[in-house]
Write a protein that binds this ligand. Structure first.
Ligand code: XMP
Length: 384
């Protein structure tokens, strides 16, 4: 049985031994993992830490303000570093998910190593947890904060040693440590990935997509619920797919069925292996959109993905407008204990269509809104 009190005691003493008289840079995001790390570090070496929040350009609109106020409330200081131009310049126009993740990781550590060198910090502290390195080592995807576990020597490459006090914990254990440390306000906060909106822009990155997704994220985060819930964006450059339409037609004979597939891939996991595969966008309607029970949709996504090895995800149309537009929005909400597996949150359709209508009103360049109906596995929680 995990004992948070014991864990804190052991970590604090280990941190003291490792750091000695040196100082450490703590990379914080405002999420529970890195904030718990900052607290542990503060407990261990007091004012010899410097907390920094890197604005990568892929953070949510109010992220800087939120992080500042979380740290103020907790009685700690945080420096905000605006590196958004660097990140966007390096990532703009990239399409492949792994390429994007690797360029993000390199830029992230390049920025941190510059700060560490300037201020003479020998250590970097970050909130890596077990699923991060398990998925990276397993080849599922490159998490932005995994280095030594995949053979990258941070001292040689970036000039600092990395300390990861939560490396073997899962989210529910981190929450217990947070409660024990008295950081109650973050326990219910949903996770936000280090690469942020980067992994929610499916396919090619553009400045316009970042802007649109920031606006839509606000709506979705205000209105939806689940253990993690968010929006993603993809260009409306799709092809019809007749093979899958046939499978669906057998189940819903009287309805009109349309299946389209964007020209970029999404990340999933099949049989413990990475599956960078297609996304099926499904519309069923007669005159209006047809919104069946979630258990029916669950069977449907299972049938589509198991019979078609090229696919790893299915999303279901909840609103459309006959207009020529550039973007499609996907909404995802999952329920999970450890984020290693997840179910789709069964949000009532009227709530989902209400959110979708708000999204359509917000931006005239959006043609349709879909709800992701794929559990993990075979899909990942994030799109890339
Ligand atoms: P996936 O998409 O792997 O997500 O099913 C599992 C959990 O991890 C978060 N996630 C990340 N967190 N850096 C992070 O700090 C990353 O590169 C990253 N990728 C995914 C994701 O939001 C979910 O909570």
């Amino acid at each position: 049985m995990f004992n948070a009190k014991e864990y804190i005691k052991k970590q604090v003493s280990e941190i003291r031994k490792i750091v000695g008289n040196e100082s450490a840079l703590v990379a914080v995001s405002g999420g529970i993992d890195s904030t718990v790390c900052a607290f542990l570090m503060h407990k261990a070496i007091g004012e010899r830490i410097e907390c920094v929040f890197i604005d990568t350009g892929f953070v949510r609109s109010d992220e800087r303000k939120t992080v500042k106020s979380i740290f103020e409330e907790l009685g700690m200081k945080v420096n905000i570093i605006d590196a958004s131009r660097d990140f966007i310049r390096r990532l703009r126009h990239l399409k492949d998910a792994e390429r994007k993740r690797i360029v993000f990781r390199e830029t992230f550590y390049y920025v941190l190593s510059k700060i560490a060198k300037e201020r003479n910090h020998k250590f970097l502290v970050q909130g890596t947890i077990a699923p991060d390195w398990i998925e990276t080592k397993g080849g599922i995807k490159t998490q932005h904060n995994v280095l030594s576990q995949i053979g990258i020597n941070s001292v040689e490459k970036f000039g600092f040693s990395v300390i990861e006090p939560l490396l073997y914990l899962y989210k529910d254990q981190v929450r217990k440590v947070a409660m024990e440390l008295g950081i109650k306000q973050l326990v219910k906060k949903q996770p936000f990935p280090g690469p942020g909106l980067l992994v929610r822009i499916i396919g090619e990155i553009s400045v316009d997509k970042i802007k649109v997704l920031k606006d839509i994220t606000k709506i979705v985060e205000n209105e939806l619920f689940g253990d993690q819930y968010f929006a993603a964006i993809v260009s409306d450059k799709c092809k019809e797919d007749k093979t899958i339409t046939k499978i669906v037609s057998k189940k819903f004979e009287k309805q009109k069925i349309k299946m389209k597939v964007p020209d970029c891939l999404v990340t999933g996991v099949k049989g413990d292996l990475r599956a960078y595969k297609k996304l099926a966008l499904l519309t069923i309607k007669n005159s209006d959109l047809f919104l069946p029970d979630f258990s029916v949709l669950n069977e449907l996504q299972f049938e589509i993905i198991s019979k078609n090895p090229d696919f790893t995800r299915v999303a279901y149309n909840i609103t459309e407008k006959p207009r020529v537009a550039k973007y499609i929005i996907l909404i995802r909400s999952i329920t999970t204990r450890d984020f290693m597996t997840a179910d789709v949150t069964r949000i009532p359709w009227d709530e989902l269509t209400g959110v979708a209508n708000k999204i359509m009103l917000k931006n005239k360049h959006i043609s349709e809104v879909y709800y992701d109906i794929t559990p993990k596995p075979p899909a990942c929680i994030e799109y890339e």
